[in-house]
Design a protein around this ligand. Sequence first.
Ligand code: NAD
Length: 357
Amino acid sequence: MTATPVAASFAPWASETLVFCSDPSAGLRAVIAIDSTALGPALGGVRLKAYASDAHGAREAQRLAAAMTLKNAVAGLPYGGGKSVIFDTGAHDRVALMGAFGEAVARLGGAYLPGVDMGTTPADLQIMRTRGATVSCADDDPSPWTATGVHAAIQASVGHLDHRTDLRGVRVLIQGAGHVGADLAWKLASDGAQVLIADVAAERAALVAHEVGGEVVAPEAVCHTECDVFAPCAAAGVIGAEQIASLQCRIVAGAANDTLTDDALAGALRERGILYVPDFVANAGGVIHIHALRAGWNAARLHAEVTAIGQRVGELLTRADDTGGTPLDAAKALAAERLQAGAAAPVQAGPLQEVAA
Ligand code: NAD
């Protein structure tokens, strides 16, 4: 297979704003991509990672920022989409690195609200905050809310296919027994669903299976194992063309970002009769949680807003049926409508409310 040269697809004008940041004294090289601020400041995490080239890092920031635009718009949140990458050059003094990045974020005047992503922690966000950045980091773990949203998405998609409101006896294969996957397993088991779970860390899968009365599946067998719902909650890019040919499920609905290696595969899933719930719709519980902290919602409101993901999934699946498109087409169309409405009535800039520590 010939790998597509990511650098060749680097598109500097694809983002609303693309900022390259440098502070040699702190070892900082970073890119901040703001995909859209049509609905509000661009919310999205900071990834610390080594990249093959500057263009690879920039392109990843742009691609992930665009996905955040879709996620926030479909979730009905007053945020645009952004993402940033700090090039991991093996540096140095973490406080200096994150502090310098915080200053770069602060220079954007609140247009970008950084949060945690791969390679960064709430402690890093705290450092950025001390250097003037307004951060969206929650000090508590968003994973239970992400799991709650995925659970609601699974309920809705099973309900859509089978016209039922319960999950009793439904076979759900969860890939990844981590923060989201383990919590999801508990929720599904308490619904009477049959939980199958796979993890490359075998002991983690075994523990969760034992706790919820489920069954362990070998990590390499997830795409061949018969189930009703496949819930990817591990890594990106788990479904490519090859996996679609072998999947033995009726529904794909999970938390992992970038579940499909290519958006065009949503059509291939539909042709195989597999209902695909877009990852950015199902996994929005985490960003809804961030907004709850900023907006001062109480727990009941937060729970209601996260479980409303199920209703949203039901509406998108119906829209896809009505229009003949995929659920991914329907979700993108909904996002486009909201972005168009947002651009027509720009959000009034006001003082940003800081998240309580
Ligand atoms: P986590 O790191 O806690 O758990 C991931 C688990 O997947 C780990 O136990 C790991 O061993 C396992 N794993 C990795 N590769 C695997 C593979 N190929 N097969 C089987 N298991 C594998 O991560 P998490 O916080 O539970 O998040 C799960 C996924 O959901 C990630 O892709 C994350 O980006 C996405 N997500 C998480 C949140 C959140 O709130 N945590 C929000 C949105 C999206």
